[in-house]
Design a protein around this ligand. Structure first.
Ligand SMILES: C[S@@+](CC[C@H](N)C(=O)[O-])C[C@H]1O[C@@H](n2cnc3c(N)ncnc32)[C@H](O)[C@@H]1O
Length: 296
């Protein structure tokens, strides 16, 4: 979920992250200091809650949960206008890849957290196969219905915390936008980044957006806390969303050096970093967003 705000996008910048040692990991080493170990049971419980939250959002208000333009709440997104944002994002992504000489082979693309297929659909115009995976069955149901006119799209419900469904090096483009920021655990975010690097083909492009930091005020996330507190009291999800204006969406962040380290562990190297999103730079929150392009 991302609020609409004014934003000036910055040019792509190449090179190592601030604090990185030449040829090595960032200051905190390959296993990031900001990724504290958590009990396995907590990771599983958080992952399951994340799945339930997105299932609910996918049922109640999927398009707004994906792009939260203020006037589009409660099912008010115009579907064509919504899909147009995906077309524009795909165009920017492909232009950035071409400028770097990446993803020239166009066999298959993969989007982690594809939602209703806003971008996966548009990528189907560039790649022979365009694969979208999402944790939410409701999102994937809607993706299938909205994109029946794109026969080279493949839709997968994936709730494993890895990409074991795919062999190494099979995708020419690996993408994830406004997804990893919603995951509860940084260790899990890092592991997805490693997995995304693993499934990337040589010469391919991995494009991933992730906030690098977040102001203290935004970390409070009282709407999400109230949602989960009231869910424990068995208040229904629609009541929370539609009557009380709450939502369960979490916002997380991962410092740039940790993103770079995780991608490196997966065998990829970052070749460009841009502030904000590729594409429509008007969409950003208060967090400091970065978009990374990596290859192997
Ligand atoms: C804000 S939406 C973005 C959708 C899409 N990337 C786009 O830009 O249109 C976040 C999506 O990530 C999905 N998601 C959340 N956690 C996930 C996970 N662990 N694995 C796969 N998808 C996940 C949600 O179900 C939701 O569809």
């Amino acid at each position: 979920m991302t609020p609409a705000r004014g934003f000036k996008s910055l040019p792509l910048r190449a090179g190592p992250p601030p604090g990185a040692r030449p040829g090595g990991a960032g200051r905190s080493g390959p296993l990031a200091a900001s990724t504290p170990a958590r009990p396995y049971s907590a990771l599983v419980a958080n992952g399951e809650r994340n799945r339930r939250d997105w299932e609910a959002l996918g049922e109640i208000d999927p398009l707004y949960a994906i792009l939260s333009a203020p006037a589009a709440k409660h099912g008010a997104w115009d579907e064509q206008a919504f899909l147009e944002t995906g077309r524009a994002d795909a165009e920017s992504i492909m232009a950035a890849c071409s400028a770097l000489g990446l993803a020239t082979r166009r066999e298959a693309s993969f989007e982690l957290g594809c939602g209703v297929g806003r971008v996966t659909r548009a990528l189907a115009g560039y790649f022979r196969r365009s694969v979208g995976l999402d944790i939410s069955e409701a999102m994937i149901r809607r993706a299938r219905a909205m994109n029946a006119d794109r026969p080279n799209c493949e839709w997968i419900v994936g709730d494993a915390p890895d990409l074991r469904a795919f062999d190494d090096g099979v995708f020419d483009l690996v993408l994830s936008f406004i997804v990893l920021q919603h995951l509860p655990d940084r260790a899990v975010i890092s592991s997805y980044l490693r997995e995304m690097a693993r499934v990337l083909a040589p010469g391919g492009a991995l494009v991933v957006q992730m906030p690098a930091s977040m102001p203290l005020r935004q970390r409070v996330q009282w709407r999400r806390r109230a949602w989960h507190g009231l869910r424990r009291l068995r208040v229904g999800e629609r009541v929370l969303y539609e009557r009380l204006g709450l939502d369960p969406i979490r916002m997380n962040w991962l410092p740039e050096r940790d993103v770079q380290a995780a991608l490196r562990l997966g065998g990829a190297r970052v070749v460009a970093v841009q502030a904000g999103w590729l594409g429509d730079g008007s969409r950003t929150g208060r967090e400091r967003n970065l978009t990374y392009i990596a290859t192997r």
